[in-house]
Write a protein that binds this ligand. Structure first.
Ligand SMILES: [Zn+2]
Length: 267
């Protein structure tokens, strides 16, 4: 019996551990896994800000779920999320937070460097929040990649999958619009509140140079006029979630394969 067990353990590619969540692994497990068996970490980043009738932490809920569902397909571990971010004009709504850019930069630099020092070769940031945060993450990951000779990828899931939004819903989405609300509905229907929804909670994003307001008058911000108003359709929400995770996984796989083929930062 014992022999069979050890033979199996040796043959099984990854993971003898029951979880890919770095929060839940102990140091001996991590030491055995990284980098010998796992070279990739998925780091979810988000923020706390109003999201229409979805939870304030929607930008954390989404990338955490994506990372967990991507991890096995690309043989990655999942880092604890960075739940506080650089929010912007919705920080005035109840429960909202924004971290100042210098503080966020300093903190995120150390988080990213920490994963590089822990031996991960590929650091993939699954970003759940746009606004000013995206440019900061792009900048920091490039710097960390260069300094530590690690490969980094930042993906804004809703933007990368905007074609999936149009395909599933037949129209464009919005911040806390149908697409993002549906994504949360797919993860946990209890986090969205149809009984509180009305279309007047949404405002189309103003065309560049026309007007701006602080705080923005709605937390649901439509990318196109007359598109993305929230509806509650569990089947479409589930289909959207599945297609997004597939597209995100394919991008990560393809990017890692191309880094490997090019011999980039291969020891
Ligand atoms: Zn969001």
């Amino acid at each position: 019996m014992k022999l069979v067990f050890w033979l199996l353990a040796a043959v099984l590619p990854v993971l003898a551990q029951s979880t890919r969540d770095l929060n839940d692994l102990n140091w001996m497990e991590v030491r055995e896994l990284v980098p010998a068996k796992v070279q990739t970490v998925l780091l979810p980043t988000g923020t706390l800000e109003a999201h229409g009738v979805a939870n304030n932490g929607a930008d954390n809920t989404a990338p955490v779920a994506i990372a967990r569902d991507m991890a096995a397909g690309i043989n990655a571990l999942v880092a604890p999320a960075v739940n506080y971010g650089v929010t912007g004009s919705l920080d005035a709504y109840a429960g909202g937070f924004t971290i100042s850019e210098p503080a966020y930069r300093a903190f995120m630099t150390d988080v990213l460097a920490g994963y590089a020092r822990n031996g991960f070769k590929n650091i993939i940031v699954i970003n759940g929040h746009g606004g000013p945060q995206t440019a900061i993450l792009n900048d920091l990951t490039e710097k960390i990649g260069r300094e530590y000779r690690v490969r980094t990828l930042v993906v804004n899931w809703w933007a990368y999958c905007s074609d999936v939004t149009v395909k599933v819903f037949g129209e464009d989405g919005g911040h806390a619009g149908w697409n993002e609300n549906a994504f949360i509905q797919a993860i946990n229907p209890k986090l969205v509140h149809p009984e509180r929804y009305k279309d007047s909670l949404a405002t189309p994003r103003p065309p560049a140079g026309t007007w701006s307001a602080y705080p923005f008058p709605s937390s649901i911000i439509l990318y196109q006029p007359n598109q993305g108003y929230v509806k509650f359709d569990q089947a479409r929400a589930d289909a959207y979630y599945k297609a997004v995770v597939e597209k995100m996984t394919a991008l990560a796989k393809d990017t890692i394969a191309k880094w490997d083929d090019s011999g980039i930062f291969v020891k």
